[in-house]
Design a protein around this ligand. Structure first.
Ligand code: FE2
Length: 424
């Protein structure tokens, strides 16, 4: 064997197993495997997980915080306006440089697959060209899936639809949209129909920014689920954000959730962004604004947590750490039960992997030897500690290592020095 990892816990609850790796794939999993590895790694009872997956990101905007100025109000609409100011000054070289830097951050934190939206409302399609180049450059170590995203509205912006089709022809993977940003509800619904029909024709996946507002009457997710059903797109359609669902009438939601399930539509909440941008116009009490995560999970709908933004016009924080995203999602959705906390870990690993359609993903024999050794015993502890990624493996090669978190205390009145693994 090329590598054998000893005494690992797995996210599905198995404890103390060995994982053998050969030719970039997982060759065997089991207790005390009688196999020798050219490299032996002692997991020492720590968690080995499949890599983190971010199903919703904006890599064309990332790490641009402060360019050309900061978002003074911190609101979504000022963020969109600020992005509009920045766009004419973007250069391919700067875009590629920032995206590659972010991918380095991601890899260090065990994040090895990202679905990124890329704005197609600039007629030069500069960001599309740049991110296609980034996708090619990072392919050996990170799966980057791109969504053609008409930020200014596919009907509202005169060249957006043609640009979106050009971007798809250039190699962008997924059809995006933003129905709530079109001029009327009717235009929003029409944009969903046009884009889903285009995706069906082309055999592509769909991922729309959908109902990202606190308006309980923003119901484009209903149209998206209906079109997915009508066009047979089950399993290939995602509604991102869906924050208006937080404020909808409960009776209406009781009809909506089965429709989403029947349409085979997945949902992506973006907890860090939703909790900072939604409810901004409320007095007290303020709504949280995140979509109804536990209710959708209970209805059998796939729900992932996305990062959405890191240091860009919309969000000045973030670091590519999907455990931070999971931790915020857990708190905002009040998912503190044992099963619910484990579901939050799945929302940044297996569920987004399914949404992206990743091939050979997961800790199972025959899959790619892509994995992360965390400084935690199980998924709940990983979220609690935002555990260090001791080791990140891609196709059987160790591509990142970080030390365990240790503390050394010299306390007044305590003669002995205290050493321990931080908070364990
Ligand atoms: Fe987004």
């Amino acid at each position: 064997m090329d590598v054998v990892i000893r005494n690992a816990n797995l996210a599905d609850g198995r404890r103390g197993v060995d994982i053998a790796v050969e030719h970039g794939r997982i060759a065997a999993i089991g207790p005390a495997l009688p196999l020798a590895g050219a490299r032996e790694i002692d997991a020492d009872g720590d968690l080995v997980s499949a890599p983190f997956v971010d199903a919703h990101f904006h890599m064309d905007a990332t790490l641009s915080y402060g360019l050309p100025r900061v978002n003074a109000s911190g609101t979504l609409l000022e963020g969109i306006a600020l992005w509009g100011e920045l766009k004419p000054d973007l250069t391919q070289q700067a875009l590629i440089g920032r995206a590659l830097q972010y991918c380095d951050w991601a890899v260090a934190r065990g994040l090895l697959a990202i679905r990124s939206h890329v704005d197609v409302c600039d007629d030069r399609l500069l960001a599309v060209e740049a991110l296609l180049e980034v996708k090619r450059l990072v392919a050996p170590y990170l799966d980057l899936q791109l969504v053609a995203f008409p930020q200014d509205g596919v009907l509202r912006s005169p060249t957006a639809l043609a640009n979106l089709k050009r971007a798809i022809a250039m190699g962008v993977d997924v059809v995006g949209g933003i129905p709530h940003f079109e001029r009327t509800m009717a235009d929003g619904a029409e944009s969903v129909r046009i884009l889903c029909e285009f995706a069906a024709e082309q055999g592509l996946r769909v991922d729309m920014h959908c109902d990202e507002s606190d308006d309980p009457h923003s119901r484009h997710i209903e149209t998206l689920a209906y079109e997915s059903n009508r066009l047979g797109l089950h399993g290939r359609v995602t509604g991102s954000h869906l924050t208006s669902m937080h404020s909808m009438d409960n009776y209406y939601v009781s009809k909506l959730l089965p429709l989403i399930r029947e349409g085979g539509v997945a949902a992506i909440a973006n907890p860090l962004i939703n909790i900072t941008l939604q409810g901004r116009h409320d007095s007290y009490p303020k709504r949280r604004g995140m979509t109804r995560v536990p209710e959708m999970l209970a209805a059998g709908i796939d729900v992932a947590f996305g990062h959405d933004c890191v240091m860009d016009p919309w969000y000045s924080l973030g670091s590519g750490d999907m455990l931070e995203v999971a931790q915020m999602g857990l708190h905002v959705a009040q998912m503190t039960g044992q099963d619910a906390m484990r579901a939050c870990f799945e929302a940044v690993t297996t569920t987004p992997a399914r949404i992206l359609g990743l091939e050979g993903y997961g800790i199972a024999v025959g899959n790619h030897a892509d994995l992360v050794l965390l400084d935690a015993a199980d998924p709940v502890e990983a979220i609690r500690l935002r555990a260090a990624r001791q080791l990140v493996m891609r196709r059987g090669a160790v591509i990142a290592e970080s030390p365990r978190a240790h503390a050394r205390l010299n306390l007044p009145g305590r003669p002995e020095q205290v050493n321990f693994r931080l908070n364990r």
